[in-house]
Design a binder for this molecule. Sequence first.
Ligand code: GLN
Length: 484
Amino acid sequence: MHDIALEAIAGALERREFSSVEITSHLLERIERANGTLNAFITIDREGALRSAAAADAARAGGATGPLLGVPIAHKDLFCTAGLRTTCGSRMLGEFVPPYSATVVERMAAAGCVTLGKTNMDEFAMGSSNETSWFGPVRNPWDTARVPGGSSGGSAAAVAARLAPGATATDTGGSIRQPASLCGLTGLKATYGRVSRHGMIAFASSLDQAGPIARSAADCALMLQAIAGFDPRDSTSIEAPVPDYVSQLDRPLAGLRIGVPKEYFDPGLHPGTEAAVRQGLAELEAQGAKLVDVSLPHSPLSVPAYYVIAPAECSANLSRYDGVRYGYRCKDPVDLRDLYERSRSEGFGEEVKRRIIVGTYALSAGYYDAYYRKAQQIRRLIAEDFRQAFEVADVIAGPSAPATAFRFGEKSSDPITMYLEDIYTIAANLAGLPAMSMPGGLVDGLPVGIQLIGNHLQEGLLLNVAHRFQQATDWHRRSPGFTA
Ligand code: GLN
């Protein structure tokens, strides 16, 4: 039952092959068995899940239908869930129970989805390996000695191990695409403003964006359909109609111009990954797409610009955790200053503190012009590179990550090596563009992801390209064969 794709579950529910309560219980048992090994979930909501599954079954019996009605999914533990603990992978929010739900959570629930639980993640979404979580690392079901990627590593591991057919995730610099790539999944980060950030715990507000991780583009289309769209509670939300992503999936690719940026095939790219990506591009060409060379000359500057802008925004966003209003509070503070200092130094982990310090420094008087303003100027140049590339290309394609999943500890001692994991993904966040990763091969038994980047609001086209690719290939159907 756990091998059925998200897209097929509603059909099976409709035909009464099984009930939502049945598939939900089956997955809950699987999660409970697997979590000791994978650590993909921080919170399992057995009771809540069975309650909403029963409600979905009752609704269906009463004549209700819908592609997600009764379909179990998981939420990254960065989305607030009313009444259900939301930790953001941090000790700071280790006991936090939000009084309201994120728009993404509300919309998935309104579509009839059942929430199995909350998935593990790097602390405050800062990381590329899930090694920074206060709740411990997540293991990659393809090889449990390796990382699942990050920061949405719990969502990716859960979907890859068939513990959930789909999961929500967020991407500030690559956190949907890189774990999707390392776990053999399809994941999409929407255009900045396409999916509401209301109730998403903020990391870097001008970069954060949500999206689905699932097995196929068709599954992602169903999830994106449910969560996309204007939300008055997010002031950066785009007021534009949401197209029917599902009905666009099958359009032929003949004549589509696919831009291949030469900067994305640099010496940092593993030769095996490069070969798989090039083969994927050839498959798209075989379907009638035209490959065109494009250049994104400022892309080598995307990592340095990001590591000024993201920490700057994080230092401001995370100032709200003061040990007073909510979240972790130190024991027996002697005075207010002691309360602030110890609550924050005990509540935050090392990577989060590193970013707060870097961000505070970059924003301080005297350094603002040298670092923050410069980074913003680079951000504009990067957006301009894409604007020019999209004059000759409809979609841009390249690798999602430099290589396949790495071993625990391999990069965690050196932040710069870790930061380079996102060298191909960060630019799309800086430019606010939609981007996705789809499975494009295996190297030494480990998945490789192909990245597609679109122009603003072109999620439908990205899903269309990925779907056509998945009609001709079976990489997205490969399973790590994880036994729970
Ligand atoms: N790995 C990047 C970072 O550590 C991106 C994280 C993300 O997208 N949330 O900041």
